[in-house]
Design a protein around this ligand. Structure first.
Ligand code: MCN
Ligand code: CUN
Length: 795
């Protein structure tokens, strides 16, 4: 383990050519800063038509009749399609990524406000939108179920009466851990603390909304689809299954993506509508949703109502954690998680602590709200798990009168216990928690902050210090127990070195802003000694990249990053054989040093990778049995996930007059194993921390009792800006993953996962003088005010 000192070849100019990991500027940025990115909405095809979707104005209603005649007569309109028309082709319903079905266009009922009811295809976007208003839909409005707690009441209206024999709103049950063993530990514990917590429904709100351009060629039966997807290969397979078009005739292209944050993992009805529209009209068709459509109808996140319980000894040894969760999955279960994990990786709710027993019971329900249930930098529900454990550990510290840092330090899994099997069956690959925590405390000046807090409290000022310590599980597979709709979670990768020593690496994962064009070039550069500037990274096009399951759950570095390193080693192995022929020595007599093989003991006798590449393609003999060319392809199946960790400390000031929370300082120490590009990692962390401020203090998708979504624009659904966030203070430790070829762990979601509990813990800490032990997110001034008043002690 090392601390803040970086092992870097620092280089800020891509023309310099050091090999290896370091703060290389992003190769993709020259096109982005010049406004030359190519996003789905930039795609213009000759004769292209535009599609607009009519959405339900109500949350729950039976569709009595739809009259499209006026819309069809509207100028520029080419087609108007309803659910009934799709049903005739067997296309009204599609499978979701979690083995549920979702309506492409509603046929029988609408089940959430914003649900897709019909679409118009017209010559331009305006004509299409205008015609929507001419479609006349008669609804028979039904009572909606908005609160998950209401969903299971016997008299609650049944939402999914499309499912055969379904007489309630139950979606699934799930449990993990040992119920009896946990109950036994709770029964003998000195101290038991329980707390109800709500993780509100929030939205990823990427800058680019979702959209697609479909181009079906009726002559050769080929479909090209540009779409905003984080998982082009998985989507292609699903389209093949739904539309009956053979897979090799479908090309899914995910060009530049303007942020995903999980929002672009699911398949949305709009994508399917665009495909259908292109088939029906014989023309390319573009669908691009607007901001409101994105906010009200696409994959939301969280929406967990949790009860957390923690058992401990009087002196602060945590013994067991138990939780009961009510999960709101909306109208269709559109969760994107490995099939055997309907609650994602929530099972890591035991956190970073060495405990004796744990148990979770979860019930998931349908409600009249938009489908989804995983998106938003969550590492598959680890956000909720970390919030649960880090909040109840703080509640325990409060109960015991112990310092929350001290309580955590006392209960950490110790370095010699790794690999550590948790009580819910996860095997943490590596970790060294105490130095990470101590570094964060040093950077914060923890003891000094506590003294300052004490002085301020004496003066009636409200200052809070919040800690969170997290362990994430990222990098799904292994394929044997992780798949999406039967597709195993392993990743292909291909590397071709051209005759002049320039290379192309083809990835199955997709970048939506994380800088893969840079970091994957760095990984390959480190292994085969070709400068990153000479390595082109290709992704996001199923015709031109090997199969793989895509980007989510911060799996790119753990899975595809490993694949890239290994494919480069495979190429290097071949290069070594060619080099032995060129230098006329045996393979065993060669030594590799960044970019060249030389004869052992004779560094003057060497050939560079570029020399070898030319020989591999050129005239002249190659060693016996060696084919020409210098390329390789692999499919990497990880043996385990990687388990990054981090220690976050947040300092807030709460205005006692207005209840406004100001995040004054935020210290984030992350450990993602070997660091490929520290600049990119810091960017990922800064973004995730900003997300955390949003969720903790501002964001929530709210509904009124009729099921109207109250956050249909960014005026109402608040997201954080530079004004709400402090200057982030980041640090790091390095505990490599033992099974990853370069020791790297994922980091893309760490900060979103780790920061909300730190902020909430800080606010609750600030409100301690009022006897507050918990308050639910988002901690808006009104909620903080209520917490202060509701629980204020009599003077
Ligand atoms: N990295 C590194 N060293 C490591 C680990 C990662 O240099 N030890 C780099 C990687 O090479 C990559 C980036 O950090 O460039 C993130 O890597 P990783 O943790 O593997 O995560 P993914 O690339 O799989 O990205 C997905 C993750 C997820 S799931 C969400 S959600 C999210 C996130 O990344 N969405 C993002 N970060 C985002 N960042 C931007 N700008 N936009 C989004 O939509
Ligand atoms: Cu959960 S959001 Mo990211 O895994 O695509």
């Amino acid at each position: 383990m090392t601390t803040v000192h970086e092992r870097v070849d620092t280089f800020h100019d891509n023309d310099q050519k050091p090999i290896g990991y370091g703060r290389m500027l992003r190769k993709e940025d020259p096109r982005f800063v010049r406004g030359r990115g190519r996003f789905v909405d930039d795609i213009q095809l000759p004769g292209m038509l535009h599609l607009a979707i009519l959405r339900s104005p109500v949350a729950h209603a039976r569709i009595v009749a739809i009259d499209t005649s006026a819309a069809e007569a509207s100028p520029g309109v080419k087609a108007v399609v309803t659910g009934a028309m799709l049903a005739q082709q067997g296309l009204a319903w599609m499978p979701t990524l979690s083995n549920d079905v979702q309506a492409v266009l509603a046929t029988d009922k609408v089940r959430f406000q914003g649900q897709e009811v019909a679409f118009v295809v017209a010559e331009d976007r305006y004509a299409a939108r205008d015609a929507l208003e001419l479609i006349d839909v008669e609804y028979d409005v039904l009572d909606p179920v908005i609160d998950a707690r209401r969903a299971l009441e016997p008299d609650a209206p049944v939402i999914r009466d499309d499912l055969e024999g379904k007489a309630n709103n139950h979606c699934f049950d799930w449990e993990t851990g040992d119920e009896a063993a946990t109950a036994a530990v709770f029964a003998r514990a000195d101290v038991v603390v329980s707390q109800d917590l709500v993780y509100p429904r929030v939205h990823p709100a990427p800058m680019e909304t979702c959209g697609a351009v479909a181009d079906f060629d009726a002559v050769d039966g080929r479909l090209r689809l540009w779409s905003t997807t984080q998982a082009p290969h998985a989507h292609r397979t699903l389209y093949a299954l739904v539309a009956g078009i053979p897979e090799h005739k479908i090309q899914v292209i995910s060009p530049d993506i303007g942020g995903g944050f999980g929002n672009k993992v699911p398949i949305y009805p709009g994508y399917v509508c665009a495909i259908v529209a292109s088939i029906v009209t014989g023309k390319p068709v573009k669908w691009m949703e607007d901001r409101s459509e994105n906010l009200i109808s696409t994959g939301f996140a969280r929406d967990y109502i949790m009860r957390g319980e923690i058992a401990a000894t009087r002196d602060g040894r945590i013994l067991a954690i138990r939780t009961n969760v009510l999960a709101d999955h909306g109208a269709f279960n559109g969760t994107a998680a490995p099939v055997k994990y309907p609650a994602g990786f929530f099972g890591v709710f035991t956190g970073s602590y060495d405990i004796e027993a744990a148990y979770c019971k979860m019930t998931a329900v349908y409600t009249n709200k938009a489908p989804g249930g995983v998106a938003y930098a969550c590492s598959f529900r680890i956000t909720e798990a970390v919030y649960l454990v880090e909040r109840i550990v703080d509640c325990l510290a409060d109960e015991l009168g112990m310092d929350p840092a001290e309580l955590r330090l006392k209960n950490f899994i110790r370095p010699e216990q790794f690999p550590y099997k948790t009580k819910t069956g996860w095997v943490y690959d590596s970790g060294n928690y105490e130095p990470t925590m101590r570094l964060a405390m040093d950077m914060a000046g923890y003891a000094e902050l506590r003294r300052e807090q004490e002085e301020k409290r004496a003066r009636g000022e409200l200052m809070g210090i919040g800690i969170s310590f997290f362990t994430e599980a990222v990098g799904a597979g292994p394929r044997k127990n992780m798949d999406i709709l039967g597709l195993g979670m392993a990743d292909g990768c291909e590397l071709r070195v051209h005759p002049t020593g320039k290379a192309v690496v083809r990835l199955s994962v997709q970048s939506q802003g994380q800088g893969h064009e840079t970091t994957f070039a760095q990984i390959v550069a480190e292994e085969i000694g070709i400068p990153p500037a000479d390595i082109e990274v290709l992704h996001g096009d199923t015709d031109n990249t090997p199969f793989g399951l895509g980007t989510y759950g911060s799996r790119s570095t753990p899975v595809s990053g490993a694949a890239a390193a290994l494919v480069a080693r495979k190429v290097r192995d071949k290069a070594r054989i060619i080099a032995s022929g060129m230098l006329e020595v045996s393979v065993a007599d060669l030594e590799w040093e960044k970019g060249a093989f030389h004869v052992k003991g004779d560094p003057g006798k060497s050939v560079t990778i570029q020399d070898i590449a030319m020989r591999a393609h050129g005239a002249g003999d190659l060693p016996e049995g060696v084919e020409g060319g210098l390329e390789a392809q692999i499919c990497y199946n990880p043996s385990n996930l990687t388990y990054p960790h981090g220690a976050y400390i947040c300092v807030v000031d709460v205005d006692p007059g207005t209840a406004q929370v100001k995040v004054r300082r935020f210290i984030a120490v992350d450990d993602c194993g070997t660091r490929i590009n520290p600049m990119i990692i810091e960017g990922q962390v800064h973004g995730g921390l900003t997300d955390g401020v949003g969720m903790a203090l501002m964001e929530m998708i709210a509904f009124d009792e009729d099921g109207n979504c109250l956050g249909a624009s960014l005026m109402d659904y608040l997201i954080p800006t530079a004004l709400e966030v402090p200057d982030w203070e980041t640090g790091f430790t390095v505990t490599p993953s033992p099974h990853h070829p370069i020791g790297a762990k994922g980091v893309g979601e760490s900060a979103t996962v780790g920061s909300p509990p730190a902020i909430v813990n800080a606010v609750v800490d600030a409100l301690k003088p009022f006897g507050v032990r918990h308050a639910d997110m988002p901690l808006t001034p009104s909620r903080v005010w209520d917490a202060m008043r509701g629980q204020a002690r009599p003077p």
